[in-house]
Design a protein around this ligand. Structure first.
Ligand SMILES: *Cc1c(COP(=O)(O)O)cnc(C)c1O
Length: 483
């Protein structure tokens, strides 16, 4: 581990020297009451300006990002974020407005939100979209609140939500947080919802079925129309987790599949950066029947001016201060305009083509549990390599030695030693071929010298970390001994 900046400190060095202010100096004790004074020095590192610059530049170079190398993170669409998005979001007209500013002085921002709502409604096949939720998980939460309120207003007591076993963990968590019981439905041998099992679970105590399509195995649910038909026969609502929208844009949409509520992740499909805890945005769209339940406000247009509409009869209320994460709206809207209708369709086509290319080229080296045409991502199992002495963590760490970010591992939970690979549409054939080559080399190394692979990573700033200790015993408090 590199030294911290505190350990690099040598007494007496300075970065900046102020020239005299012309004001008489007085001891601090004369200006601040004794009991308010810090007793034991401020303990700041003392270094030259150049020391500080080098320290932070070198630290920043230890970051890995989609801007530095290949990043095949499945079910997250960690795609390249076009730089023009940043430039547009940084325009002073956007950064300088205040959320309390009167609507007549925020017409441009309102227009952008209105147009974004409309574009997302068209892309998802929904009637109206609210931009309130701060991320996909909050969109799900909003969706579950809508489901709840909808059945309450019909005086129906429905307490259960059906969720496939391949779902992202936020799905059952959101349902549970809204007070629902979660029923799990198994996947069949084709990695899709087992419709016969689903039928046994449907009843008039079920409020909604939450699905991701393509699902988290990267497989399109072939029986989705049948599923939505039988759900509707029981008056059950269908919720669409839109995290995998990158696979279907402009080709089909959740509305056509029979879904009633949809969230999209602007920070995934629509190229706003995410990761590192940065802000997200998870707009939620609904059918006409559910519009009155949407979280407010929505941006509206009366033919002359744009305004915020809070007037929704059964709204679940607000989820976010003000209007949502506006900077993300600018980036997503810029991306949608830049791509256009045809461009968005091409995004999905290329994302699917790239994933299938990798899958086909590597499926003789790694176990492919569901050997179907995939959508934008697919899931390998590391079971063959595990028998040879290296588990999926080992493969992931070895990739780091080749300057490639590991894919999502150990998710979805229904595939043992899973590796979920999503190249996205922006990668070139050369990058994909390089990845194929490296994955083949790793498989070969595991066959011939598993002990060596198990020591990876050897080229990264830190080698194997104790991940369990890091999550179970995080050191969150400042303490002199850690610096
Ligand atoms: C990312 C993701 C979510 C959660 O979205 P956030 O924006 O991270 O809150 C839900 N479902 C799936 C399938 C996802 O990939």
């Amino acid at each position: 581990m590199k030294k911290t900046i505190f350990k690099n400190s040598t007494g007496g060095k300075r970065g900046i020297k102020f020239s005299g202010s012309g004001i008489d100096q007085k001891p601090v004790q004369e200006l601040i009451p004794e009991n308010c004074l810090k007793k034991d020095g401020v303990n700041l590192p003392e270094l030259t300006e150049l020391d500080v610059i080098r320290y932070f530049i070198n630290l920043s170079r230890q970051n890995f990002s989609v801007d530095t190398a290949f990043y095949p993170l499945g079910s997250c669409t960690m795609k390249y974020n076009p730089k023009i998005n940043e430039q547009l979001a940084a325009l002073s007209g956007f950064t300088g407005i205040h959320p309390e500013q009167p609507e007549k002085y925020s017409q441009g921002a309102l227009e952008l939100m209105y147009e974004l709502q409309k574009s997302l409604a068209e892309i998802t096949g929904m009637h109206k979209v609210s931009l309130q939720p701060a991320a996909g998980a909050q969109g799900e939460f909003a969706g579950m609140l809508i489901v709840k309120k909808y059945f309450e207003s019909k005086a129906e007591k429905r307490t259960k939500i059906i969720i496939p076993d391949s779902a992202h963990g936020t799905n059952p968590a959101s349902a549970k947080m809204c007070g629902f019981d979660v029923l799990k439905v198994k996947s069949n041998s084709r990695g899709q919802v087992d419709i016969n099992e689903l039928k046994t679970l449907l009843g008039n105590d079920v409020a909604a079925v939450m699905m991701t399509n393509p699902n988290t195995l990267g497989i399109f649910e072939e029986e989705i129309l049948e599923i939505s038909k039988i759900a509707k026969e029981h008056d059950i609502l269908l919720y669409y987790d839109g995290a995998n929208l990158n696979a279907i844009m402009g080709i089909t949409n959740p509305g056509l599949m029979g879904f009633d509520i949809v969230h999209v992740n602007l920070h995934k499909t629509f190229s706003a950066p995410h990761g590192g805890g940065g802000p997200g945005s998870g707009p939620i769209g609904v059918t006409k029947e559910l519009t009155e339940y949407l979280p407010v406000p929505l941006a509206e247009f009366d033919g002359k001016k744009y305004y915020f509409d809070y007037d929704f009869k059964n709204s679940i209320g607000k989820l976010k201060p003000f209007y949502g994460n506006f900077g993300i709206f600018v980036k997503a809207y810029a991306y949608i305009l830049m791509m256009g209708r045809d461009g968005l369709r091409k995004v999905s086509e290329d994302a699917v083509l790239n994933a299938n290319y990798l899958k086909e080229k590597l499926k003789n080296d790694y176990l492919l549990p569901y050997d179907l045409v995939c959508m934008h991502e697919f899931v390998f199992s590391g079971d063959i390599q595990k028998k040879q002495g290296v588990n999926t963590v080992g493969i992931a760490k070895r990739l780091m030695d080749f300057n490639i970010h590991p894919p999502t591992v150990y998710f979805p939970l229904i595939v043992s030693e899973s590796m979920m690979i999503e190249p996205t549409e922006t990668e070139t054939k050369e990058t994909l071929d390089n990845f194929i080559d490296i994955m083949k080399q790793i498989a070969e190394q595991i066959k011939t010298n598993p002990g060596q692979v198990a020591e990876s990573p050897i080229n990264s700033p830190v080698s194997r970390v104790d991940e369990v200790a890091a999550s179970r015993k995080p050191v969150l408090k400042y303490s002199g001994s850690h610096i």
